[in-house]
Design a protein around this ligand. Structure first.
Ligand code: GLP
Length: 234
């Protein structure tokens, strides 16, 4: 695991954007795993400012989001589909058909998870995956206790995760379930970059740095992968 430390969020975001831009310039058919949350917003802003539509940077790129809430549609402001439109998709030339997000309103959620996992496989697997870090060590929505062999599936969210993500939900009506790609799906990426910024992530980052691999700290699974970079600004 490679560690890069930054004095502030701006420089972490610039570095994350640089890694993403380098990937798509070296590999125009890149398959990216993409996160949501507050942390990657600066990365998306920088990528968008370098890659407005006329540059056609994303013409043949495919993206797979890590997760989506169950029970809300793409038009709900709290959905990750809405987040991705706002921060990224509507500003670049990524083809809508190449921008994949699990459908949290699918009638058959298990079938939707299987379809999503197959779509990743059909795209040739995840190339470069960016991750955020939950305060409890979750990656995607893989909460503590998730087996490292897990694949895309429906999960129950912990109270702490629902609380941390309550901003965009009126009356704190954060969904109780989500679809997430699994830890094994994440580990199947060719390369992984984890972003962690701010005091609220310090304990999780320190725990990750301790290199103790433990199901109850999902991010520790990344020690089982040989091409991980952690970008940390504490
Ligand atoms: C959510 C997302 C995760 C993300 C985490 C951290 O739970 N499902 O993928 O990593 O939030 O978010 P933030 O960057 O806002 O701290």
């Amino acid at each position: 695991m490679k560690w890069e430390s930054f004095s502030d969020y701006a420089s972490l975001s610039t570095r994350a954007a640089e890694i993403l831009l380098q990937e798509i310039s070296e590999n125009p058919l890149a398959v990216l795993g993409l996160p949501t949350g507050r942390t990657p917003i600066g990365m998306y802003q920088r990528v968008v400012s370098e890659c407005s539509r006329e540059y056609r940077c994303f013409r043949d790129v495919q993206t797979f989001n890590l997760d989506e809430y169950v029970g809300i549609g793409a038009d709900h402001p709290g959905s990750y589909a809405a987040y991705m439109r706002e921060h990224f998709f509507s500003h670049v030339d990524l083809r809508p058909a190449n921008a994949h997000i699990p459908n949290g309103k699918a009638a058959d959620l298990d079938a939707e998870c299987a379809r999503y996992e197959a779509a990743i496989r059909n795209a040739g697997g995840l190339g470069l995956t960016f991750l955020g870090l939950g305060r409890n060590g979750h990656i995607g929505f893989n909460e503590p206790g998730t087996p490292f062999t897990s694949r895309t599936r429906v999960v129950e969210l912990t109270e702490s995760t629902r609380h941390a993500n309550a901003d965009l939900f009126a009356d704190s009506r954060v969904p109780t379930r989500a679809i997430t790609i699994g830890i094994a799906t994440i580990l199947s990426s060719r390369r992984i970059v984890l972003l962690a910024s701010g005091e609220s992530k310090r304990a999780a980052v320190e725990r990750l740095r301790s290199a103790v691999v433990d199901d109850f700290f999902p991010a520790s699974a990344l020690w089982q992968h040989d091409h991980v970079t952690v970008l940390a600004a504490m």
